[in-house]
Ligand binder design. Structure first.
Ligand code: TIU
Length: 237
């Protein structure tokens, strides 16, 4: 039996979540954004600001897997020859270590390098889609929409980093394509606390102009009764 739809307490109002038609989208939880010497740090950011996202997001990922939900991981980055990197992106911010230069985790924001990969704690499982994207939005120049439509997905739980950049851009893209987006506030993170907070407010304002905001606690409390007892996520819990 597929899990029943559940009601998740959220702002601006309850979100109806059907695990069969909802995908968990995890945006850019890569070393390039979370580890020293990567793209995030090259832009002048304190990468430690994002660490707190890992634990709650791991729990939501476990629940999504236990419920058999579609899980999609994204990675921002470029081909080794950087043919897909706009010159404007390369030049922006005049970084000392631009995209493509050598760092402690290999070439910055380049596919195939250790820094480009997803952190071990949230490593994709077999069968989960890993989507490489050259831009901030996960729909731009990718096959995400095609995959979601083929799987009859209608709603997205959007998580990852950073709240006001790739997460926001993806939610706006998804919203215009008719997908309903729910954002657990502690499963997204920013280098700027102020932008994180106001970014979340922007999503849910005006009756949910782009989507809904909840917490991992409320989301998990709604989902967990549907998780089969035999599931790995509940073993040893
Ligand atoms: N700089 C910043 O906040 N974010 C990005 O460049 N990419 C993502 O958000 N993934």
């Amino acid at each position: 039996m597929p899990p029943e739809p559940v009601a998740v307490p959220a702002t601006p109002y309850e979100f109806d979540l059907d695990p069969a038609t909802t995908a968990l989208v995890i945006i850019d939880m890569q070393r390039d954004f979370l580890a020293p010497g990567g793209f995030g740090e090259s832009l002048g950011n304190d990468v430690g600001m994002l660490t707190k996202v890992v634990e709650p997001l791991g729990k939501v990922l476990d629940a999504a897997r236990a419920l058999g939900m579609m899980v999609i991981h994204t990675r921002e980055g470029h081909r080794p020859d950087m043919a897909d990197c706009p010159p404007s992106k390369l030049a922006r911010g005049k970084p000392k270590t631009p995209i493509g230069s050598e760092g402690p985790n290999g070439r910055i924001l380049i596919r195939g390098e250790a820094g480009h990969d997803i952190i071990e704690e949230l490593a994709p499982a077999d069968g989960e889609a890993v989507l490489d994207k050259p831009g901030k939005g996960a729909f731009y120049a990718t096959d995400l929409e095609l995959m979601l439509r083929n799987a009859q997905i209608k709603s997205l739980v959007v998580t990852g980093v950073t709240t006001e950049v790739c997460v926001h851009t993806t939610i706006r893209e998804a919203n215009d394509r008719g997908f309903e987006c729910l954002v657990p506030s502690d499963c997204v993170g920013s280098y700027f606390q102020e932008f994180h907070e106001v970014g979340l407010k922007m999503i849910a304002a005006q009756g949910g102009i782009f989507g809904w905001v909840t917490s991992s606690k409320d989301l998990l409390a709604a989902l967990e009764p549907s998780i089969p007892l035999s599931s790995a996520a509940t073993e040893g819990a």
